[in-house]
Write a protein that binds this ligand. Structure first.
Ligand SMILES: NC(=O)c1ccc[n+]([C@@H]2O[C@H](COP(=O)([O-])OP(=O)(O)OC[C@H]3O[C@@H](n4cnc5c(N)ncnc54)[C@H](OP(=O)(O)O)[C@@H]3O)[C@@H](O)[C@H]2O)c1
Length: 209
């Protein structure tokens, strides 16, 4: 079982905390003095698996750090964690509307704040509801995408992501593919809101034998 620090216990981070706690992982939620969100409900629901810690302590002892804060806060949210040497960072954020000031992407901001380029982008291309339950009628399950520089890190992230129940986790390449994953999120939004399909939608890759 892994120890996972999660920054941002909102739609994405709160759901990941709950699902991974249910699977037996240890979750360390990073809190801030000016946080408006109460993390106590998650801690009370999973007292053996979820604890809330000040940001400066939350990444200590963690194997993974999950960033699920607003994209324009990527730099400061990462910097508040302190030393992230040796940790694999999972970036769930989308900078298409709210870019981190001074950086073109959230992974660029994370890398600048931490000096760590072991970043895997994942979870960003479909709505957070799919974390609760990625399954759909007809025995189908939503597919997930990730990109990152290091194959070993992506393999480790796959060990966390696949048990959540996605159909397939596709590795689409290095971090140069990050803008592509964010454009994918825009397509999801265009269908959910523009085309009126609602948020309970996801994507499936069809493969012929
Ligand atoms: N929602 C989705 O369906 C979805 C899907 C894919 C990707 N994403 C991406 O995932 C990220 C999070 O989205 P969300 O919907 O989960 O947002 P959310 O529900 O608003 O949660 C954001 C969390 O970040 C925390 N936060 C705010 N400022 C922070 C800071 N400076 N440092 C650390 N934490 C901070 C917030 O805490 P307070 O509430 O206490 O301020 C909150 O817990 C965004 O980048 C979004 O683009 C979202």
């Amino acid at each position: 079982m892994a120890t996972i620090c999660i920054v941002g216990a909102g739609n994405i981070g709160g759901r990941l905390a709950k699902r991974w706690a249910q699977l037996g992982h240890q979750i360390q939620l990073a809190t801030r003095p000016d946080s408006s969100r109460d993390t106590q409900g998650l801690v009370d629901a999973y007292p053996h698996n979820i604890k809330a810690l000040p940001a400066a302590q939350a990444a200590q002892g963690a194997d993974f750090v999950v960033l699920a804060a607003p994209a324009d806060r990527a730099f400061e949210a990462t910097q508040a964690l302190g030393d992230l040497t040796g940790k694999v960072i999972i970036d769930c954020m989308n900078a298409v509307f709210r870019k981190p000031v001074g950086y073109p992407t959230t992974t660029a901001a994370i890398q600048a704040a931490s000096g760590n380029d072991r970043i895997v982008k994942c979870f960003n291309w479909i709505g957070a509801e799919n974390i609760d339950d990625p399954t759909y009628p007809g025995g189908l399950a939503a597919d997930m995408l990730m990109c990152g520089q290091y194959p070993d890190d992506k393999a480790r992230v796959a060990e966390l992501v696949t048990p959540l129940g996605y159909g397939h986790l596709f590795d689409v390449g290095g971090l140069d593919k990050e803008p592509l994953l964010e454009q994918g999120a825009l397509i999801w939004g265009a269908l959910a809101y523009g085309a009126g399909l609602g948020r309970n939608i996801a994507f499936k890759v069809l493969i012929k034998d």
